[in-house]
Design a protein around this ligand. Structure first.
Ligand SMILES: [Zn+2]
Ligand SMILES: [Zn+2]
Ligand SMILES: [Zn+2]
Length: 259
């Protein structure tokens, strides 16, 4: 990879599975006027080694792509099969149309099985005209490359579900986990920017609590860490920011960083 290539992450969504505000909720966080507190479903746009990637494509995918002015994409990488991370994939049709090709999706076999069920109309021999045209690429725990650019998957657990985080050179990205082994932490070591999900202060069955997320940040040891997949059970952005240790910040939709 050329040293001249400028890598970038833009947070397309930083909210938990229901997004923020939550429909029908009148808590102070959901009622906040601060744009930092308006969180679409967790997703990130990453430019790395010349590739243009999106990690996860939940129900807000279309809106996120439009809001960020993204016109071309080389692939979507999926962390796991939950709907808040895969529910927007029908809209890759736009990229099929404008880029004149089938759209590459990188996912583990279990996630691919789920896509074949959830998007049954897009698979098979007799597809209706205009359905999304996906090309599934199988990934696992071994490093893989897209167009010659290496990406390192990092295993973690989301309660009983194995999920993948990803390392893109000096950026580490891990969402929807509540356990990560020391061996996996090792794969993230040396990153400058580390993104980790955190749902609330109190323990949760499938997501890191705030203390657990802070602990993961310390173990990874990145200079700057950002929390994503945040819920309304955490404080507003402004208040939460003040309580976090040095080097750890809440992410917000639209935040863009180079690495
Ligand atoms: Zn999620
Ligand atoms: Zn609320
Ligand atoms: Zn999940």
């Amino acid at each position: 990879m050329s040293a001249k290539v400028r890598n970038k992450i833009e947070f397309l969504g930083t909210g938990t599975s229901q997004g923020m505000p939550i429909i029908g909720c009148s808590c102070p966080v959901c009622r906040s006027d601060d744009f930092h507190d308006k969180r679409l479903r967790t997703s990130a746009y990453i430019e790395y080694g010349g590739l243009r990637l999106v990690v996860d494509a939940g129900p807000d995918f279309r809106q996120q792509i439009l809001r960020s002015g993204i016109r071309e994409l080389d692939a979507v990488l999926l962390t796991h099969m939950h709907k808040d991370h895969t529910g927007g994939l029908d809209d890759v049709r736009a990229f099929n149309y404008f880029m004149h090709r089938a759209f590459p999706i990188y996912a583990e076999p279990m996630v691919q099985d789920s896509l074949r069920r959830e998007y049954a109309y897009a698979f098979g021999d007799h597809r209706y005209p205009g359905v999304p045209d996906f090309v599934l690429h199988t990934i696992g725990e071994e490093p893989f490359s897209i167009g010659g650019v290496e990406i390192i998957p990092v295993r973690a657990m989301h309660y009983k579900l194995p999920i993948l985080g990803f390392r893109f050179g000096r950026l580490g990205y891990l969402t929807d986990a509540n356990y990560i082994s020391e061996e996996s932490i090792e794969r993230f070591r040396g990153v400058d920017i580390f993104v980790v999900s955190c749902i609330r202060r109190t323990p949760h069955i499938s997501h890191f609590s705030l203390d657990e997320a802070i602990d993961v940040c310390r173990r990874v040891g990145a200079r700057r860490c950002f929390l994503t997949h945040l819920s309304h059970q955490l404080e507003k952005y402004e208040d939460l920011s003040k309580t976090l240790p040095e080097g750890i910040e809440p992410a917000y939709d639209g935040l863009s960083l180079t690495f």
